[in-house]
Write a protein that binds this ligand. Structure first.
Ligand code: ZN
Length: 190
């Protein structure tokens, strides 16, 4: 089904996230990045800020070229495989912005993801993650204006990050599985 280009069938695969998963987050304007996802409650480092669990979560995944035909840009879609991407699906988490100094990380699995607080987060703070932890693709055109002192300016693939930052994200367990696997393959190749 992955290569079915019928838009009607495509829409039928839209994941149905449970509304309870969104009790403590809300969407609001940010200072420089359009809308963003915010937390109602304070979060301790290591706790789950948002959990999206749906056994059909990845059913809408499509190759990059196909989603381009549907009109999505790279900034709209979420990479889940070497050439597999999820389009926006109507959940509040569609509005999660990138930051080069994020306060959250994503641990994705076959049925969705947990958004983990990487530090203590105050009520009312915007929740962000580093898109590069889930990006390994030649299309690297998303400009960043996150305002962090370490802002990289363009959101590029994980493999382009400084080694120390790659290690940090890998140790935190917030890098996409398909990237971790390709890193392991590369390091085991003589
Ligand atoms: Zn930035």
């Amino acid at each position: 089904m992955l290569h079915n280009s019928n838009p009607q069938t495509f829409l039928e695969h839209k994941p149905q996230a449970k509304i309870g998963q969104y009790n403590y987050v809300y969407v609001a304007p940010t200072s420089s990045c359009g809308l963003g996802l915010f937390t109602v409650r304070a979060l301790k480092a290591g706790s789950i800020a948002l959990q999206v669990c749906d056994r059909r979560y990845f059913a809408a995944a499509r190759p990059y070229a196909q989603l381009r035909l549907y009109g999505y840009t790279h900034a709209d879609i979420f990479q889940v495989g070497s050439d597999l991407f999820l389009p926006p699906y109507g959940g509040l988490d569609d509005f999660t912005n990138h930051s080069c100094e994020p306060n959250c990380g994503l641990r994705a699995g076959p049925t969705g993801f947990n958004m983990i607080a990487l530090r203590d987060i105050a009520a009312g703070e915007e929740l962000t993650y580093d898109y590069s932890t889930h990006q390994e693709h030649p299309q690297e055109d998303m400009l960043c204006q996150c305002g962090a002192p370490t802002c990289r300016g363009v959101v590029r693939s994980f493999s382009t990050l400084p080694q120390a930052l790659r290690h940090r994200y890998l140790e935190l367990g917030v890098v996409a599985a398909f990237i971790v696997e390709s890193e392991e393959r590369a390091s085991s190749t003589p």
